[in-house]
Design a protein around this ligand. Structure first.
Ligand SMILES: Nc1nc2c(c(=O)[nH]1)N[C@H]1C(S)=C(S)[C@@H](COP(=O)(O)OP(=O)(O)OC[C@H]3O[C@@H](n4cnc5c(=O)[nH]c(N)nc54)[C@H](O)[C@@H]3O)O[C@H]1N2
Ligand SMILES: Nc1nc2c(c(=O)[nH]1)N[C@H]1C(S)=C(S)[C@@H](COP(=O)(O)OP(=O)(O)OC[C@H]3O[C@@H](n4cnc5c(=O)[nH]c(N)nc54)[C@H](O)[C@@H]3O)O[C@H]1N2
Ligand code: SF4
Ligand SMILES: [Mo]
Length: 681
């Protein structure tokens, strides 16, 4: 199957490969072997033909003249970006001989893979790569940059990544979009909410930035960054005090509600208002509305967990639906991630047995700068794919200093010569997802998708799986598992009888139908995957893990004297750093802005449209001030991970801390402090 790409023109169904919860069904139009148009698949049950602008313009990226077509070898200084084309044979030979030498002299753990989900396809993002590096015995990477803290926090309450089925949210009557910029980052949830709104639903947005989503809300509630646990606890205080809780539900389905009632007495609305900046009256109004409106859904975003206390924030918010019993109603409950419903057979896919019980060291991806500059014995080689750490990883000046090390042998596999790739010794050209076989599992809706290749590989590009097969052969690794075809990899991974929601899904059926919905019938509030099988308002496991057993507000880490909290999130027209190098997308996004409250701007003599300097002890950047009331005083919000551009200083991660969050070793992008001024350096 995977080697066969139809020569025929026509329209093929496909799935979006990007790291986005919506995982849209697409229709890809092909003419003379080239993709000429991408649109939404109107038959897709959830995404129903609507797609974002980014992917509607994807052909610009697929055929961008800057796309890599051959392997490259560095001829200039690291970071300078001067390369010469080489053959695949030469590229693989350089990599294999470097690694063989390193393995002999310094051991396999001197080699570190570094990747994330630039392509969400499971076999290309966490399949053959894992097999290969397990067999090699490389150091391992803890992939914590995105949702780690919140996932752990949510799991303490609910047992795993199980939430409301988004398809049922047309029935929802109250949406609380909490720390999620859904208009940009989960557009179909917004569309479903709009549909529900026609039937009288209300949309509340709780955010530190009145962005595109906040502007569409019926009620926007601005909050001080990192204080959402306090607000949720204040709501619980009112729900208990005013007897708005659903006692029979709590009795039947939860652990610890009586302790919680006592515990939240300290979070009276006056105290909470001082912490959160939310007026006392609004805390009452929100709590009463939440209790009175049913079904209610809390859509928990990833933004609000990119904080020092992000795990506890999500842990706390996810307790709320249990107080009102919102879970019992169709369209009610909470939705952080639904990936639990679609979990595949990861041990069959990743083959941890190839490690042969070796305990290799593990590095947290958020600490890449430290890992490269401070580890002994040192990491001597990086293999980077599906990821652009020179732009996306916190404290990026430190990351780049590490990448510039002369004694570090770096390979980057990507579609473009990214900022990260400019530091590589060898660059390998990657296929796009439309050139690959893979399967995809959404972390929002309940569908598993099959993707078959629609076009031939661009230039001499190769998929991730194919490169690892070549590397395995060249390294003399003879294990059959390292030569399995893409189809075999998918087949092994989707066969997962242990996941009750996918137990009946077979490869052949998926291959034929292209998407199948997980069967959530066996999901039961009586039988959650927490230790008690109930919703754990009090968690013994948390106590064992060193946290308070009850949801608690824990302030952000003291990050020094700088006057502003800096929240540099994603933007509408890029997908993390993807598209930030594509002209059409840059034009749509216009320029990198930083939102500042007018009171702060006035004090600093900053006018709307001024280029301002933002700095802290780690570095600086220059962004264009958007003055107004979209953020609270003391907060700066920027949007987008902009590409390096000559003469501009727009690398926001130069300023973000590489501290780890309270849970899961997550990132703390939004908990850093900065100063700003009109004076440029
Ligand atoms: N267009 C587009 N879509 C994307 C992405 C993209 O880059 N562009 N990225 C994809 C990826 S990988 C992810 S993880 C998701 C991320 O998408 P979301 O889950 O929406 O997360 P963010 O956009 O990072 O942040 C969401 C909101 O949280 C707010 N926020 C920050 N701190 C706090 C806080 O302390 N409290 C509250 N209440 N709000 C806070 C921010 O202002 C922002 O509006 O989107 C995915 N989809
Ligand atoms: N300041 C700040 N920083 C952030 C965030 C934030 O909100 N603020 N968000 C964070 C979050 S949530 C995330 S998830 C990370 C995301 O960070 P990354 O995972 O680095 O995501 P992208 O920037 O989209 O880069 C993905 C890269 O993978 C490449 N790629 C795509 N498909 C393939 C393929 O099949 N093979 C190979 N080899 N390469 C491929 C793309 O061309 C692109 O260069 O960023 C984090 N960084
Ligand atoms: S990026 Fe998200 S919204 Fe856009 S097409 Fe892909 S899955 Fe759909
Ligand atoms: Mo993410």
């Amino acid at each position: 199957m995977q080697s066969f790409v139809s020569k025929e023109d026509g329209i093929s169904p496909a799935v979006c490969s990007l790291d986005c919860p919506d995982q849209c069904g697409l229709l890809v139009h092909k003419k003379a072997g080239k993709i000429v148009k991408i649109e939404g698949d109107p038959n897709h049950p959830v995404t129903q033909g609507a797609i974002c602008n980014k992917v509607r313009l994807m052909t610009e990226r697929l055929y961008d003249p800057k796309r890599l077509t051959t392997p490259l070898k560095r001829v200039g200084a690291k970071g300078e970006g001067t390369f010469t084309p080489i053959s695949w044979e030469e590229a693989i030979e350089i990599i294999a001989s470097n690694w063989q030498e390193l393995i002999e002299n310094e051991g396999p753990e001197s080699i570190l893979p570094y990747s994330f989900y630039g392509n969400m396809g499971n076999i290309n993002a966490e399949g053959m790569d894992r097999r290969f590096f397990h067999r090699l015995g490389a150091s391992q990477l803890d992939r914590t940059i995105c949702q780690a803290a919140g996932s752990v926090g949510y799991r303490y309450t609910m047992g795993g990544a199980y939430g409301t089925d988004p398809e049922e949210t047309t029935e929802t009557k109250l949406f609380i979009l909490w720390g999620i910029n859904a208009v940009s980052t989960n557009m179909h949830q917004m569309m479903l909410a709009q549909k529900a709104r026609k039937n009288g639903a209300k949309i509340i947005v709780i955010d530190v930035h009145k962005n595109q989503t906040g502007k569409m809300a019926d009620w926007f509630i601005p909050i001080v960054p990192g204080t959402d646990s306090a607000l949720a606890l204040g709501m619980m205080h009112i729900l208990f005090k005013e007897k708005l809780v659903n006692e029979p539900f709590m009795k039947k389905y939860t652990v610890g509600y009586q302790q919680l009632e006592e515990h939240v007495k300290q979070y009276d609305p006056e105290t909470v208002s001082v912490i959160t900046g939310v007026p006392v009256d609004d805390i009452y109004k929100l709590s009463r509305m939440y209790a009175a409106t049913s079904p209610s859904l809390i859509r928990i975003g990833n933004g609000l967990q990119h904080h020092d206390n992000g795990g506890m924030i999500v842990r706390t918010i996810s307790c709320l639906p249990a107080l009102t019993g919102a879970w019992l109603e169709k369209g009610g409950g909470a939705l952080k991630s639904n990936s639990g419903f679609l979990s595949h057979n990861s041990s069959a896919l990743q083959r941890p047995d190839l490690l042969k019980n070796k305990q290799t060291r593990v590095f947290n991806m958020n600490e890449l700068g430290k890992v490269l500059l401070e580890t002994t014995p040192p990491v001597r080689s990086l293999y980077i794919y599906n990821c652009n750490p020179a732009v996306v990883t916190p404290d990026s000046n430190k990351v780049r200093k590490g990448l510039a090390r002369e004694d570090l042998f770096t390979v980057v596999h990507d579609l473009f010569l990214t900022e990260t790739a400019t530091f590589a010794d060898v660059v390998l050209p990657a296929t796009s997802a439309f050139e690959n076989t893979d399967f995809y599992t959404s972390y929002w809706h309940h569908y598993i998708h099959m993707q078959k290749p629609i076009i031939e590989p661009y230039g001499d590009s190769k998929s991730n799986t194919e490169v690892f097969r070549l590397l395995a052969r060249s390294m003399g690794f003879t294990d059959d598992a390292l030569q399995d075809s893409d189809e075999e990899l998918v087949r092994q991974a989707v066969h997962h009888p242990e996941n009750p929601f996918l137990k009946d899904v077979q490869f052949d059926e998926l291959d034929e139908k292209l998407y199948i919905k997980a069967d959530r019938k066996s999901f039961s509030l009586d039988n959650l995957t927490t230790p008690s099988h109930k919703i754990e308002l009090y968690s013994e496991t948390m106590v064992k893990d060193g946290y308070p057993g009850l949801p608690t507000h824990i302030p952000l880490v003291d990050d020094g004297e700088f006057p502003f909290l800096f929240v540099p999130g994603p933007n509408h027209n890029f997908l993390n750093s993807t598209f930030s190098n594509n002209d059409k997308h840059i034009t749509l996004e216009k320029e990198p802005k930083v939102h500042i409250n007018q009171l702060d701007a006035q004090k600093l003599g900053i006018a709307d449209g001024d280029m301002i300097r933002i700095w802290n002890n780690q570095g600086e950047c220059e962004l264009i001030a958007a003055v107004g009331e979209n953020v609270l005083p003391g907060v700066l919000v920027s949007q987008g991970l902009w590409a390096d551009t000559p003469g501009k200083k727009q690398l926001v991660n130069a300023l973000t801390p590489d501290r780890l969050s309270d849970m899961g070793g997550g990132a703390t992008f939004f908990s850093g402090r900065v100063a700003c001024s009109k004076e440029l350096s």
